[in-house]
Design a protein around this ligand. Structure first.
Ligand code: FAD
Ligand code: EPU
Length: 343
């Protein structure tokens, strides 16, 4: 018996491991609780010469087909204070911890910085992959470093913030280093005397409506949760992966041409360029609330594709392609998926 055989299962249905609720099968599947487990599973992968796909909460993946390699479910836990000063606290967190639980832990200790990122589904280890962001804050603002194991060599590597090359829903792990590392822990720096960030319009409006002029981080977190619950579908009730596409960032020139034709088009500055909400473009093409078989566009948020029950990954993907095509035809804008497509 090999050192790893107790960790490996075969022909595992992935429906419960992706929030879209797509029923693809993994040829091999392993749940790892520690770096030691991870190293053992990598021995198996090397012996069998098969590819690996790392999963956390499965809330940003779309399996279009069965996966012929090994799906590795990262459940490496742990939370420890790495460093503390008068003003800051540095936390090291295992990749398999739940992101929202971490946010709640920080809010209850009055450690500020990630309260705007309340209720984002998924694991801590996936947060750097797309530099998660919401309500005016992105992970990179509190990020210090991460530790990862290289899949081909088993070597441990530390990545600083700069090395992660964060951008809007982007990092080096979605580009040059895609599929090359398993993130095992991350380090964040939080404020012990928090300054809240209420720059996001929907958040400041909601706080104002509640008559809260000087919110605490708990009030910011509660309000973000309320806004999210009012428009995003709960994956435990209806399959989805949040925003299916990224918001396109276009040149000022391209935007001016669009604005001439559609004066009401919402937009936000993005450095030298302009960010346009994909939800608006999709909505204007008439997709909101549309349903084709069990695949559909959410009734409250046009950027969210939902699985009403038994839609397969390919069915969801076909709907996404149709949406993309109509946005391109009407506005000349390309939508890029935010979701990580497998297969
Ligand atoms: P998974 O879906 O399991 O994986 C995502 C990607 O990361 C995959 O490519 C996977 O291979 C890779 N990966 C995962 N863990 C590791 C690891 N340890 N090492 C290496 N690679 C890894 N995102 C936002 O940014 N902002 C939002 O506001 C937001 N809202 C959402 C709302 C809903 C209802 C849903 C369903 C999703 C939302 N998302 C949002 C997307 C999603 O929650 C995030 O992308 C989250 O970080 C995914 O975490 P996960 O553990 O589920 O990742
Ligand atoms: N809108 C429409 N129709 C809709 C929904 C929205 O026209 O059905 C327009 C409105 O003008 C609205 C604008 O689009 O003001 C933006 O909508 P919203 O505030 O809901 O935000 P979003 O751009 O759709 C982004 C992120 C979310 C994040 C929220 C809050 C991306 C791809 N998505 O959504 O992240 O939670 O802002 O910060 O950047 C995710 O990444 O999965 C995700 C949910």
């Amino acid at each position: 018996m090999n050192d790893y055989s107790h960790l490996i299962r075969e022909h595992v249905d992935l429906s419960d491991f992706n929030t879209m609720g797509v029923s693809a099968k993994a040829r091999y599947f392993a749940r790892v609780l520690s770096v030691e487990d991870l190293r053992k599973v990598l021995q198996f992968v090397h012996a069998e010469k098969i590819p690996v796909y790392v999963l956390g909460g499965g809330s940003n993946v779309l399996f279009i087909d069965d996966y012929e390699g090994l799906v590795l479910l990262n459940e490496i836990k742990g939370r420890e204070i790495q460093n503390e000063t008068e003003d800051h606290i540095q936390l090291k967190i295992g990749a398999g911890e739940n992101w929202h639980d971490l946010v709640m832990h920080c809010v209850s200790n009055n450690w500020g910085g990630i309260e705007n990122l309340s209720l984002i589904p998924g694991s801590v280890g996936a947060a750097p992959i797309q530099n998660i962001g919401a309500y005016g804050v992105e992970l990179e603002e509190v990020f210090v470093s991460l530790e990862a194991i290289e899949i081909t060599t088993g070597k441990r590597k530390v990545f600083t913030k700069e090395a992660c090359q964060f951008g809007y829903r982007e990092s080096v792990f979605k580009r040059e280093l895609k599929g090359r590392f398993v993130i095992t822990s991350i380090v964040l720096e939080l404020q012990k005397h928090p300054k809240v960030n209420t720059s996001y319009r929907a958040l400041s409006d909601a706080l104002m409506e509640k008559g809260i002029a000087k919110p605490t981080i708990k009030e910011v977190s509660d309000t973000v949760i309320e806004i999210r619950q009012s428009k995003l579908p709960d994956p435990s009730k209806i399959g989805n992966t949040g925003s299916f596409f990224k918001n396109p960032v276009i040149t000022g020139k391209a935007f001016e041409a669009l604005q001439k034709k559609y004066p009401q088009i919402p937009h936000y500055p993005a450095g030298e360029e302009v960010k346009v909400p994909a939800a608006w473009l999709i909505d204007e093409c008439g997709w909101k609330g549309k349903r084709i078989g069990d695949a559909g566009v959410h009734t409250m948020q046009a950027l969210v594709i939902v699985n009403y029950g038994n839609a397969g990954g390919a069915e969801i993907w076909n709907l996404a392609q149709d949406i993309r095509k109509s946005v391109k035809e009407k506005f000349g804008v390309e939508l890029a998926p935010e979701v990580n497509v497998v297969g």
